[in-house]
Design a binder for this molecule. Structure first.
Ligand code: S3P
Length: 439
């Protein structure tokens, strides 16, 4: 990864028009490789995200002996599943780059495989908290060793068997929930996870697509260990987290009218739509349909005058990856926007509260970081300048969107990691009306 080398330059102004399809959902792409590899039979995937994060998961399974073809240029991947217990110890540590989903879900999935492995990542991933997965996995009998700071590398040691647990998540995290459920596939008995608030449920849905029974009763998700997965076909919808940049862009840039095609609108992911609509955005959903077990729609967004709001805390886990760009929406809205209950943003690919507050101040916006959120005074005209994305893809793309309303150009440093989630961002952004280029 060359996080130091790519910078973006955004000219001020512009508006968005037309139809666009953003790349495949990152969370679903990861899970399709994981479950396809453990299944019996051949899994065909369409719309796979060819970003560095999901490709890191794909490479990890190849390194563990799974035969995977693709992705070809249209995102088709074919996996010859090896079954539940046939992954091989890789010769080298598995390098998962920038990807929190890969390292946390693999910790659970590999805990009961009976093989020795090491999981590593880049400097951002190596500073993120891993105890949130290793502690509950240890309670199941897994032997996972982190650094004393509770960070990667994670050494996985073979154990004879895992035992099911009932685990109440201390934080609302789909990555932790998924790690425990994936370990639960290998555990004796019924594993249950209790969530403090709903989080993305792609693991539960996809397990069912692969024929594995998952019981969901309110906030309690349970599965019985010892079953098998049967290969299936997966169509990955466009990623709502990538679509979010264009939803905000079209909302804040006058004379905009765009339609985002085939976007995943799983109810556990639509916080960004709910929040923007509450701020007064003009967003309509068309052609709602099911693809596999995931709902999708075409989303039309037209310019509107947004207003500041107190963001309801129950929306936080449902919009957890969309806050950087929502902060830009708030800066363009009339009045104050207040976010609370979002301390998790401090342990993402960067400390997203601080990184955004710092960059917003450089541009003359009024943003005050708080321990668990931010206060933004919107409606104040802002200018250009040089901001640092700190190698965080979503910070970089959020500041590109800010260019639409800035009075002069914005230069954004350290943008290489946009490739982790959105490889064609610059060309798609240009095609829709954003005046961005690689500097
Ligand atoms: C993800 C869950 C979220 C999200 C991440 C992807 C997933 O993390 O921020 O980008 O695919 O399960 P947490 O569950 O830790 O909040």
């Amino acid at each position: 990864m060359q996080a130091q080398e790519i910078h973006f330059l955004v000219q001020a102004g512009g508006h968005l028009m037309g139809n666009l399809r953003v790349p495949g959902d990152k969370s679903i792409s990861h899970r399709s490789i994981m479950l396809g590899s453990l299944a019996r039979g051949t899994t065909h995937i369409k719309g796979f995200l060819q970003g560095e994060d999901s490709l890191a998961t794909l490479q990890a399974f190849k390194a563990m002996g799974v035969h995977i073809q693709g992705p070809n240029t249209s995102g088709e991947v074919i996996i010859e599943g090896v079954g539940m217990y046939a992954l091989k110890a890789a010769e080298q540590p598995l390098d998962l780059g920038n990807s929190g989903t890969s390292i946390r879900l693999l910790s659970g999935l590999l805990a009961g495989q009976g093989i020795s492995l090491t999981l590593t990542g880049d400097s951002s991933l190596s500073s993120r908290p891993m105890k949130r997965v290793t502690v509950p996995l240890a309670a199941m009998g897994a032997k996972l060793v982190t650094t004393t700071a509770g960070t990667a590398p994670i050494d996985i040691h073979p154990v004879k068997e895992l035992t099911a647990i009932n685990y109440t998540l201390p934080v609302a995290s789909a990555q932790v929930k998924s790690a425990i459920l994936l370990a639960g596939l290998y555990a004796k008995g019924e594993t249950c996870v209790i969530e403090p608030a709903p989080t993305r449920d792609h693991t539960e849905r996809m397990l069912q697509s692969f024929g594995y029974s998952v019981k969901v009763q309110g906030n309690r998700i349970c599965l019985q260990g010892g079953g098998t997965l049967t290969a299936c076909d997966i169509e990955v919808p466009a990623d709502i987290s990538s679509a979010a940049f264009f939803m905000v862009a079209a909302s804040i840039a006058p004379n905009s009218d765009i339609t985002l095609e085939h976007v995943g609108i799983n109810p556990t992911r639509i916080g960004v739509i709910n929040i923007l609509q509450q701020m007064g955005a003009d967003i309509s959903l068309y052609n709602q349909r099911e693809v596999g077990k995931e709902p999708v729609a075409d989303i039309r967004v037209r310019s509107s005058q947004l207003k500041g709001i107190a963001i309801p805390e129950d929306q936080v886990p449902l919009a957890i990856d969309e806050f950087p760009v929502l902060f830009i929406a708030a800066a363009c809205a009339e009045g104050e926007t207040v976010l609370t209950g979002a301390e998790e943003l401090r342990v993402k690919e960067s400390d997203r509260i601080q990184a955004m507050a710092d960059g917003m101040k450089v541009l003359g916006m009024e943003a005050e970081a708080t321990p668990d959120g931010i206060k933004i005074q919107g409606g104040i005209p802002f200018h250009g300048g040089e901001v640092d994305s700190l190698g965080d893809h979503r910070i970089a793309m959020a500041f590109v969107v800010a260019g639409l309303r800035a009075s002069s150009a914005i230069s954004i440093k350290n943008c290489a990691n946009v490739n982790t989630s959105f490889p064609d961002f610059v060309s798609l952004a240009q095609a829709s009306g954003l005046q961005v280029k690689v500097a």
